[in-house]
Design a protein. Sequence first.
Length: 87
Amino acid sequence: MNDINTETFGWDLIGWDSDDQTAHVTGLNRVEILRIRDLFPGRDDDFLETAVYEVPPALYSAMQGAIPHLKFREGLEYQIGGFLLRV
């Protein structure tokens, strides 16, 4: 497991529009990341924290099954990634 403090870490699911502008953002917590991380078998980290991962439409249903409040908007391209919270 990577040596990160997930208490000071956050994650966002970001939807980008055709102009590469942020159009939709959903914050995720550690518990939610644990529910979906195995949907990204090519990841190099335990908590999706060291890179930005593309979320293809084929994963939308599985992600919503694991995290029911997630919404995906048509026409957007989604990515998920982590960031250090201000402490």
